[in-house]
Design a binder for this molecule. Structure first.
Ligand SMILES: [Zn+2]
Ligand SMILES: [Zn+2]
Length: 247
């Protein structure tokens, strides 16, 4: 599998980084995980949007789904896909997409909207995706992906949970969020992870490699990496827009 970091900024864009979006490829299958604000401009350099096999949107926060609307308009009015692109997400996201495109206006030759829930499984070619419940204020899906050779977990947004532990267990790569360096009283539970909780999760789930993302500017990324390396024995890396990981 190959993971392309399209956008890695947490909660809002950073000076040189757009919001969450990741492309996972296995042979001819290309799955886009999230399309946060600004990410569409980076997507063009990596894949033609009409060639996506599917899009999964984890939840309804703008830093994870805003640019799905831009992708829709690009496909509708510039370069239509050969067949409708399947979109998988929560009912809440799908309602927002319909509202933002315009009531009754979604062209089904462009997007094929599919509601999924924790426990759902979707097979796209030889890529299997399973979804888990995240501990976040709105309905949020964690995605585990597996092909013939390897597995990965995209934790989306959310604090520690049974779903996150199950989804990341024994994965070859865990793409996990550390919005904050450290948890303080300003940062409530049930919202996001900090560096230490992400490291302990990766250690406990025996993920073989950790890619740290969704750091909220101007948090100190080098401090996050330092805390993670002290508390997690596997290989750890900071996500940056444009990076590629093969595993
Ligand atoms: Zn977010
Ligand atoms: Zn969120």
């Amino acid at each position: 599998m190959q993971l392309n970091i399209i956008g890695s900024a947490g909660s809002y864009p950073a000076p040189a980084s757009t919001c969450s979006s990741y492309l996972v490829r296995s042979e001819k299958t290309s799955i886009l995980l999230d399309a946060g604000n600004g990410s569409q401009s980076h997507l063009y350099g990596v894949i033609e949007p009409g060639e996506l096999s599917a899009v999964v949107i984890s939840h309804s926060h703008m830093d994870h789904f805003a640019d799905l609307i831009g992708i829709y308009h690009y496909l509708k009015y510039a370069f239509p896909p050969k067949s409708p692109i399947p979109i998988f997400s929560t009912g809440e996201v799908l309602e927002k997409v319909k509202y933002l495109v315009g009531p009754g206006l979604i062209d089904r030759s462009i997007f094929n909207l599919n509601e999924i829930a924790p426990g759902s499984e979707i097979q796209i070619d030889h890529m299997l995706m399973r979804f888990y419940h995240a501990n976040h204020p709105v309905p949020t899906l964690i995605t585990r992906l597996r092909d013939h050779y390897s597995s990965m977990c995209y934790g989306a947004d959310g604090d520690l949970s049974e779903g996150l532990l199950a989804a990341s267990k024994d994965s070859d790569l865990l793409l996990g969020e550390s919005t904050w360096v450290e948890r303080t009283d300003n940062f409530p539970t049930g919202l996001h992870l900090d560096a230490l909780s992400l490291a302990l999760l990766a250690q406990r789930s025996r993920a073989r490699q950790l890619v740290i993302t969704h750091v909220a500017y101007p948090a100190d990324k080098s401090k996050i990496l330092e805390i993670v390396k002290k508390n997690y024995a596997g290989a750890s890396h900071l996500a940056e827009d444009g990076l590629t990981f093969s595993f």
